[in-house]
Design a binder for this molecule. Structure first.
Ligand code: SF4
Length: 357
């Protein structure tokens, strides 16, 4: 555990007291950390699925692999700060399937060798986890692996993980479990994950019952239920979750702008993993170091915008549940508009109203 990070007041408030309180504290935070605590590296933006709950599916951007040399340079830089307990997590994924990168094993091993203190996170959709990949995972020192299996049969899986084959993914995970039984001390601790949403909630018991049976007596394999999020309002399909209730919301500063960077496969760097369309860009890792971008003018400008609630420069944050907190439901659109116009007259800059139908 990174004690320095744990005892940072804002993080303590966020985790154990109240996220809105921590965001008010953010406003008064004078100094940023020397280096980001969470770093996402998009090893690849290529994916073989078209999941309707992932913004990548609807993205017009050009997809590709991160070059190995750039990846190694970034890991070298992160390792310097990791050595000083300044990094909490290095995530080797953003919007792609890592096992499609021809150098994934080299990249993973390089990360494990250099990053000793921070948590290393790796997610997969499980479709490529056939025998050769499982062999490599069992040779590796990767600490943990999250495998997303969002379905209980062909029909539910096809809807959520379009392009994959349910029975193939289940077979891949079963092979991994079997291998774990034979080699309990090798390979990463695995988590079989489902995203909990309005759509999946009804079959969670079925999912749990099926996988609990499969992982029985297999050490270091767990089930993981992760709440759905709408990528700052970018996923609008109400089938998955009715996140926004009609009512009054308040925008409060989000800690990510002082804590996270996400480097996409082409080097474009944002401060938020939700930013699939790269709207909060702070530089390009092809030409700049992480430190340079972290202390650069773009990020400074975004932080100032958030501090003074000028969301025009941060449109993604305006609709994001991490910044936008539900206050009260005023029932009708007319009643809601009345309240909003009265609040606007007060000049309170932190209160923003939205009526979600
Ligand atoms: S998009 Fe959301 S999570 Fe990301 S920086 Fe903005 S408010 Fe925070």
């Amino acid at each position: 555990m990174n004690l320095w990070r744990e005892f940072k007041l804002q993080r303590l408030l966020d985790r154990y007291v109240s996220p809105p309180l921590s965001r008010i504290f953010w406003k008064f935070q004078l100094a940023q950390d020397e280096f980001p605590g969470i770093i996402g590296l998009e090893v690849t933006s290529i994916c073989n699925l078209k999941c309707p709950m992932c913004p990548r599916t609807f993205s017009p951007r050009k997809f590709g692999h991160m070059p190995l040399s750039m990846f190694q340079r970034l890991i070298d830089e992160i390792a310097e700060y990791d050595d000083r307990w300044m990094v909490e997590q290095v995530a080797l994924n953003e919007y792609g399937e890592i096992f499609l990168h021809p150098n994934w094993f080299e990249m993973m091993e390089y990360t494990v060798e250099k990053i000793k203190k921070a948590q290393i996170r790796l997610d997969t959709n499980g479709t490529m986890m056939r025998a050769p990949v499982i062999d490599k995972l069992f040779q590796s020192r990767l600490p943990s692996l999250i495998i997303s299996v969002d379905g209980v049969d062909e029909e539910t899986y096809d809807l959520l993980r379009a392009g994959g084959k349910f029975h193939e993914v289940v077979e891949n995970v079963k092979q991994f479990i079997e291998r774990r039984r034979k080699e309990p001390d090798c390979g990463p601790t695995a988590y079989v994950q489902i995203i909990e949403s309005d759509y999946t909630r009804r079959y969670l018991p079925q999912f749990k019952a099926f996988w609990e049976k499969q992982i029985k007596d297999a050490p270091r394999i767990n089930l993981l239920v992760t709440p759905f999020h709408d990528f700052a309002g970018q996923i609008t399909n109400r089938q998955f979750e009715k996140i926004h209730k009609p009512g009054l919301y308040i925008n409060l500063p989000c800690y990510r702008l002082t804590y996270e960077v996400d480097i996409f496969s082409d080097g474009v760097t944002s401060v938020c993993c939700m930013d699939s369309e790269r709207q909060i860009v702070i530089g390009n890792a092809k030409e700049q170091s992480i430190w340079e971008m972290w202390h650069g003018p773009e990020l400074h400008r975004y932080r100032e915008s958030m501090k003074s609630a000028e969301y025009a420069a941060l449109s993604l944050c305006h609709t994001c549940p991490h910044s936008q907190k539900f206050l009260v439901n005023y029932g009708t659109k007319a009643g809601f508009n009345r309240v909003v116009s009265r609040l606007k007259q007060t000049g309170e800059r932190y209160l923003r109203g939205r009526f979600f139908q």
